[in-house]
Design a protein around this ligand. Structure first.
Ligand SMILES: C[S@@+](CC[C@H](N)C(=O)[O-])C[C@H]1O[C@@H](n2cnc3c(N)ncnc32)[C@H](O)[C@@H]1O
Length: 240
């Protein structure tokens, strides 16, 4: 029987893969590489490439990053077709994905649209928000605090999201940056927010001055952490 791994490779630093992830990659005959249609290469591949065998077969799985449900739905069918086509008996395939495969990852759509019985194993990776918090030496949450993870979309009610938690992680922020800045300013929380773009990569940027950040300065791979309890206690432990 064929086997499909969903492997989380973390978000930037190649040293953040688990030992289990590296072993699974080395056992694989085929690696499936999700790639945004606008890009020439796959971010997950850039992170994991040093662990792949030289003779591994690479299959790109293209997807769109546009904010349109119908386009995304069509995309999912296209890349699931690619995956279904390359599955062969006794072959081991690895679908590599940034961060964790069970957290906002295309891997789950591939699983949903598998058209035959195969063994599936998901290998966790370090999520973007875990990486960001460690990079900043800043806790995600403590004690009785409440945490919210919020991927932003065109209809997000940012004020409501902020009101209902103590710590809020905003993901997919790039298209909503101006709205996010506006609401943080209205709630006097600009000094309790930090934005990190390309965490763990060579072009990583950290902004404690969210009010001044522009869309041009950050990439799609950007995350904002808002801590209502403040960031000052932790900021002294990091170099930014
Ligand atoms: C499709 S989601 C992928 C989430 C991923 N599976 C995880 O476990 O975190 C993409 C979002 O993850 C966050 N992200 C991914 N890579 C990042 C990085 N290197 N630095 C900061 N945020 C990142 C951003 O919020 C980005 O918009």
């Amino acid at each position: 029987m064929a086997k499909l791994y969903g492997i989380g490779v973390g978000v930037g630093d190649p040293e953040m893969l688990t030992v289990k992830a590296v072993r699974a990659l080395q056992e694989s005959d085929i690696v499936l590489l999700p790639r945004a249609r606008t890009k020439t290469d796959s971010t997950a591949y850039e992170i994991a490439k040093s662990y792949l065998r030289d003779d591994i077969e690479k299959v790109y799985v293209d997807f769109t990053t546009v904010d349109n449900d119908q386009v995304r739905e069509e995309d999912r069918k296209v890349y699931s077709d690619v995956v279904n086509r390359v599955i062969e008996d006794d072959k081991t395939l690895s679908f590599i994905t940034i961060g964790d495969p069970m957290t906002l990852s295309t891997f789950v759509y591939v699983m949903e649209l598998l058209d035959r019985e195969i063994e599936v194993e998901s290998i966790p990776g370090i999520t973007s928000f875990a990486s960001v918090c460690s990079r900043l030496n800043t806790p995600l949450l403590m004690g009785d605090e409440r945490l919210k993870i919020v991927p932003l979309h065109k209809d997000s009610d940012i004020a409501e999201e902020i009101d209902s938690a103590d710590n809020i992680v905003f993901m997919k922020i790039s298209r909503k940056l101006e709205d996010l800045k506006k609401v943080l300013a209205e709630k006097n929380l600009l000094d309790r927010a930090v934005l990190i773009s390309n965490c763990g990569k060579a072009d990583e940027k950290v902004f404690y001055n969210m009010g001044e950040v522009t869309r041009e300065e950050i990439s799609y791979f950007s995350t904002v952490l808002v801590k209502k309890g403040g960031l000052e206690n932790w900021r002294r432990f990091n170099p930014f």
